[in-house]
Structure formats: C-alpha cells, structure tokens
Design a protein around this ligand. Structure first.
Ligand SMILES: Cc1cc2nc3c(=O)[nH]c(=O)nc-3n(C[C@@H](O)[C@@H](O)[C@H](O)COP(=O)(O)OP(=O)(O)OC[C@H]3O[C@@H](n4cnc5c(N)ncnc54)[C@H](O)[C@@H]3O)c2cc1C
Length: 445
C-alpha cells in the first residue's frame, strides 16, 4: 500500500549549499506535538531532507493553560516517539534520564504526567533537533508548476520543497455573539494564566463551557476565591457537568483499528457518528470533577456555602456591555425560560476549532474540498489534489471528519507519523500493526 515513493532519487536531488536554494523533501508548518513528533521520527531517516517551521520563538504547548496540578490525559507513553519507536533517544524515559528524574518518576508511580512536564519534555526534544526552526511564521505557500515544487514563504524566507506537512493545530473558538462586544474582560480559557491577576480584581466571574479546560479554570478560580471577593459562576449549555469516557473498552476507540473502521464508513455516517461521540473526548476527567467536588464540600462546612453557582442547560443568547461589566441573556433549554445574568469577567472555555490556514490561499485550487468545505483526506493523511502529481500535502489533526475522534489525541500522533513517514519513503520505516484492540469495530474489515 505504501509503494508510491514521493522522494526524488538522491542522484537528481539538487545539492546546494544555501538554505534558500535547497529543495527539501518535506517542510512541516507548525511545531505542536504532532509535527514535532514527525521531526523527531524523521531525524534518523537520512534519505528524507526535512525542515519544520514554527512561528513562536520556542516550543510552547498551550502556555495559557499550563496550570500547576494539571496533567496530560493520556499515559506518558503517548510521547513524541515511543508508540512508533520505543528505543528512540527522544522518548519521555530518555528525557527523565537526562534530567536525573528516573527514580523520582519510578517512585511517583503515575502514568499521567504533569502538563508542565510534558511541555518541558517537548522543549527538550525540540532543542536537540536540527530540522526545527522557531520564530518563522509561514505567510504563504505557492506551487511552482514548472519545477513541481512548493514554495513556502514568510517575511524573510522562501524555502522549496516537494511535500508539505500542515501541523498548525486548532484555534480558540469564540461564539459569534461574543465577537462584537468590548472584550477587555472577556477572554478565552487559552489565555487564562495571563489573565489570572485580572480575575483576582473581579466582582463576579462567569466561566462558560463544560470541557476539561472549563473545569480546570473553574477549579483554579475556586481555589483562589478564598483570598478574593468575587462570585464565581460556571455555566454550560450541555445538560450537565459530565465526565469524559475513560473505561478501557471506551479507550479502544483511540486506536489505529478504530481509525480504519471510521475512515471506511460513508461520509454522512461519519458526520452523524461524530455528533454522538462528544463525551469520548470532550468531557471532564473524573479526577478533576472529584477535586472540584471535594473543594466545594470542604468550603461548605459550618454553613459557609461558597459564593458559587453551577448551572447546566443554559445557552447564552445575547451579550451586552454595561457600565458595570456584562449583561448576558440566556435561555434554559429544558425549562424554555430566558434569564439575565450580570458579571464583570467572562471566561470562554468554548473549545477550539480547526481553521483552514490563510497561507494556503494560493494553493486552494490544487486541493480537493468536500461539500462542507473541508479537506478531502486520503487514508495515509495526504490531501486529495486536483492535479495528478507525486507531491503530497499531509495534514496532522485536521482530519477529524475523515479519521475520527483520534485526530487530536496525543496517543495516536506516533501512529499517524509512522503512516506519513512510510508513505513518504515508500517503505515500512516504522511498521504499524493491524490488530491493536480486543473488540472488533464493524462486521466487515
Ligand atoms: C489545553 C489543552 C490540553 C490538551 N491536553 C491533551 C491531552 O492531555 N491529551 C491529548 O491526547 N490531547 C490533548 N489536547 C489535544 C491535542 O490535540 C493538543 O494538545 C495538541 O497540542 C495538538 O497538537 P498540534 O500539533 O495539532 O497543534 P498545536 O499544539 O496547536 O500546535 C500548532 C502550532 O502551529 C503553529 N502555527 C500555526 N500557524 C503557523 C504559521 N503560519 N507558521 C508557523 N507556525 C504556525 C502554532 O504557533 C502552534 O505552535 C489538549 C488540547 C488543549 C487545548
């Protein structure tokens, strides 16, 4: 299946000294965990000349939410390389060894490492890779028809390559009616750490959303409330503050096997299924719910009911800026009643969405789009193109609609990168296994 080699043979590879004249086999845009993993796994594959460009000055993983006490929600084995190559020098265990923390980790006996440690680990890897460049924002990609190469440009550079790996992640989602309101005290949870001091001055804070970020922000503000005087409200339009699925058989949905099953369903079936799978990846961890509940319980001892309110089933319909802050009009979905709520800080923990990056405007016509304006993605993560050319545009974490809920999962990054590298080289550099779970998805394979 991976017989189509999209590298040029070394004999015709244009060997040039200057970086700007070199033709790379692949350029990755964005260095989040997925393209960073690709960069790390490509390093020993010497036949592939790769370059990765990131706009931030250094690797930073969701910096506004690197809160103390938060952990990644997948086992540490979901590092950048282990699930593809356990003996890689870029594994999390190698990082621990390099940092003299192996024994600490051994005695700690936890699988879910602190989010801050995951970030530090990724920085440790990024600092060792010679194919990763930071502070390089890509502003345009064009297609050189004659040379059959992509041109990847930023303010001060243009690089040429045969293939692309788009790893630009997702961007904070702001619901439409919040977009036109004076916003100095309305912000997305992605900014939370930078707004903590601002929150401590508030009279009334409202957190909107019921995913993991909402819960973490609420918990942090609840802890800090003791030393501040704000009222704290947590609102969601969902019908409750529900936990994310974390049973062993439920977790099997985050496997190559499920990707295979999901990909081969009819597109309408895939869309339908996705609408029902929110709690497999969007809810709150049991652990965070327990921490919140325990703190509420503790704070409410001796008739001291905390100055908080948790409301579910309420959807914001309107937002108005007032001289005291904000007036929100909601509707309760089950009681079908409107109600007004006022506060002076609003934190939108309203999730993230994948946006098609502006820098591909010049190659839009080269790409096939589905009827909903989404990428049409091959099983091996390259986009269907409108021209019959060997060059490929791979996508990372932009294929939820074709490959399913595992797309943003850190535990499947190595699998996707193995498939991409095998496809790029035309050989099984990182072999993938057919059978990885106990259950069978579907009746035909
Ligand atoms: C707070 C939070 C916690 C999460 N925790 C987990 C978890 O515990 N477990 C799990 O499985 N998943 C988790 N996820 C989901 C997971 O998909 C993301 O954490 C992961 O960061 C996605 O990686 P990525 O490489 O796709 O994109 P990102 O990490 O978003 O990185 C994309 C990068 O592209 C760069 N970029 C964008 N445009 C350009 C450009 N024009 N030029 C150059 N660079 C550009 C950006 O600056 C960014 O650094 C979490 C998500 C969030 C928001």
């Amino acid at each position: 299946m991976w017989s189509f080699n999209v590298l040029r043979s070394p004999t015709i590879f244009p060997e040039v000294d200057s970086m700007t004249n070199c033709v790379y086999d692949i350029i990755g845009i964005g260095l989040g965990p997925f393209n960073l993993g690709l960069a790390a796994l490509l390093e020993p594959v010497t036949e592939v000349k790769s370059l990765f460009l990131e706009q931030k000055p250094k690797f930073q993983w969701h910096p506004g939410l690197l809160l103390e006490g938060t952990t990644i929600q997948v086992p540490f084995l979901a590092d950048l390389v282990t699930m593809a190559e356990p003996s890689s020098k870029y594994s999390f265990l190698s990082y621990l060894k390099a940092k003299s923390r192996l024994y600490h980790f051994y005695f700690w006996e936890e699988f879910h490492i602190p989010r801050r440690e995951y970030n530090d680990y990724c920085q440790w890897v990024a600092n060792q890779l010679s194919n990763c460049y930071f502070g390089q924002q890509v502003t345009n990609i064009s297609w050189d028809e004659e040379a059959q190469e992509f041109l990847v440009s930023g303010n001060k550079f243009t690089y040429r390559c045969l293939n692309l790996a788009l790893g630009v992640g997702s961007v904070p989602y702001i619901p439409p009616f919040f977009r036109n309101v004076a916003s100095e005290n309305i912000f997305h949870s992605a900014e939370f750490i930078h707004q903590k001091a601002n929150c401590s001055q508030a009279k009334s804070i409202t957190v909107i959303g019921s995913g993991q970020s909402a819960a973490e922000v609420f918990y942090e503000l609840l802890q800090a409330q003791e030393n501040c005087s704000y009222r704290l409200e947590w609102h969601t339009r969902s019908s409750g503050f529900f936990p994310m699925e974390y049973s062993k058989l439920g977790l099997e949905h985050f496997s190559p096997d499920y990707i295979h099953y999901f990909y081969h369903l009819q597109p309408e079936q895939r869309d339908k299924l996705l609408t029902k799978q929110g709690l497999l990846y969007k809810g709150i961890s049991f652990h965070t719910i327990a921490k919140i509940y325990d703190l509420l319980y503790e704070r409410s001892v001796a008739d001291n009911y905390p100055n908080v309110r948790l409301l579910s089933g309420v959807e914001v319909k309107e937002v108005e800026h007032t001289d005291k802050g904000y007036r929100l009009t909601y509707r309760h979905s089950h009681q079908d009643q409107p109600f007004i709520h006022e506060c002076d800080r609003i934190i939108l923990a309203t999730g993230y969405h994948h946006a098609i990056p502006n820098f591909i405007a010049d190659i839009r016509d080269l790409i096939q789009w589905d009827e909903k304006g989404r990428y049409k993605v091959n099983f091996d993560y390259h986009l269907f193109l409108t021209q019959d050319i060997p060059n490929r545009i791979f996508v990372q974490n932009a294929e939820l609609h074709t490959h399913g809920i595992g797309a943003p999962d850190l535990g499947l990054g190595c699998y996707r990168n193995s498939v991409i590298i095998n496809s790029l080289t035309g050989r099984d550099v990182y072999p993938t296994q057919q059978r990885n779970v106990f259950q069978q998805f579907g009746i035909v394979s």
